[in-house]
Each structure stands twice: as structure tokens, then as C-alpha cells.
Design a protein around this ligand. Sequence first.
Ligand code: CDP
Ligand code: CDP
Length: 223
Amino acid sequence: IKEKLQVAIDGPAGSGKSTVAKIIAKNFAFIYIDTGAMYRAVTLYAKINQIDYENEEQLSEQVATISLTFVPADPVQRVILDGQDVTEAIRSEEITNNVSLVSSYKKIREEMTERQRQMTEGASVVMDGRDIGTTVLPKAQVKIFLVASVEQRAARRFKENQTKGFRVSLEELKDEIILRDYKDSHRLISPLKKASDAVTIDTSYLSIDQVVEKISEIIKTRA
Ligand code: CDP
Ligand code: CDP
């Protein structure tokens, strides 16, 4: 591959973005940026610093001072917030249920978008999120929009939670996902939306390997 390649993977919760993005990044030796983890970390920052999730003003004032880094590690890269490893903490139910609100704030989005673009400078990258193809990397050569039925997505999360010991029912998970998708798709600034030039892949009945295979083929035609 000669020129730097940008692969943008967007879609709703549980569509398989981060799982396939990580494998693709590894296979092609691209860097991987999990933008959802960044918004989750800002949400956790509010919790740790006892700032109400509703307090847009205070969060906006402080967001530029938040130190957020990804440290490569196996099997998952670690997320470091103000010097603390928060890789697991950002996945809690409380953070999951408040991240859509915090990530709807204009100042927060501007700051994260800026940082995400800086992280890609000079490198080939796979980035997953909600607004990568539309806003963060509008010139990405490969744009993928992953979708899956809400039943499948809730079932995947349920299975994942069982291994983590979270006790949330399948019905509750489904409602949470529907609500989060709604908030993410209806916010004013860079909502979850398929870029006009993105390729949609319905992963409901595809294995992880099949999704990876489809995206890899697209990457090879654009590289
Ligand atoms: O992995 P999961 O689908 O649960 O979500 P995530 O990718 O970790 O993202 C968590 C939340 O961050 C989303 O529900 C959005 O509210 C927000 N987000 C965003 O607004 N923009 C992005 N580019 C990525 C995530
Ligand atoms: O990042 P996003 O929220 O879009 O989804 P994910 O965290 O990558 O995937 C959610 C769960 O679905 C994971 O446990 C994956 O192993 C699983 N998955 C699957 O069963 N089949 C796929 N085609 C993709 C993901």
C-alpha cells in the first residue's frame, strides 16, 4: 500500500464496529482509534470529578485540560485518563447510559474531533465511531456503515455482559440500545448517519470473519 489510507467504520451500538476494526487494523498494520472510548472517557471524567452529566458549561470549560491517551497492549489497547487506566471503567452501565448526553455537547465534539484528526496524521488508520465518515474523516478512502437488527445487537451485548458479570436483562439491554441509538441519531451536531459514499453492511447474520473479509476486499480495491 503506497499512500496513507483512512478507513472509517460507523454504525449503531453492537453492530460490530470495534471488533472488526481491531482485526482489520492488525491485519493491515494500520493504527486503530476507538472514538467511542474517548467519549466514554470524557463521561467518566465527569463522574470522577463530580460534575453533573447535565452540566454542559463546566464540562465544556474543562474538556481541553483532560489528558487522554491510548497505550497499545494485547489483547486490548489501554485507555489512560489523567494518568489512570480506565479501560474497564469506561464500559460500566452508568457510563454507557450517560455517554450519549455528554457526547452531544458542541465543545466536547469539537475537542474530540480535533484530537482524532491529529492522531491520524501521517499514518494509515482504522477509526470507528458514529461520525467518522461524515465529519471526522470526510475524505476517508474507505467508509463502512455497519448495521444489524436490534435483537441481534442486544443479544451480542447480553453475551458479552455475561462474561463480565453484568446482570442486565436482555429486554433492558434492548431498550438501552434503542434509546442510545435514538439519542445518537437525533442530536444536532454530527449525529449517527451513514455518509452518502459509505458502503452499508448488515452484520445480523454474518460472522466476525465474514465482515472482516468483506471490508478487507473493499480496502484492497482502494489501496
Ligand atoms: O461500542 P458501543 O457501540 O457501545 O459504543 P461506543 O462506540 O463505545 O460509543 C459510545 C457512545 O459514544 C455512543 O453511543 C455515542 O453517544 C458516542 N460516540 C459519538 O458520539 N461519536 C463517536 N464518533 C463515537 C461515539
Ligand atoms: O463496536 P460495536 O458496539 O459496534 O460492536 P462490538 O463491540 O464490536 O461487537 C459487539 C459484540 O458482538 C461483540 O461481543 C462481538 O464479538 C459480537 N459480534 C458478533 O457476534 N458478530 C459480528 N459479526 C460482529 C460482532
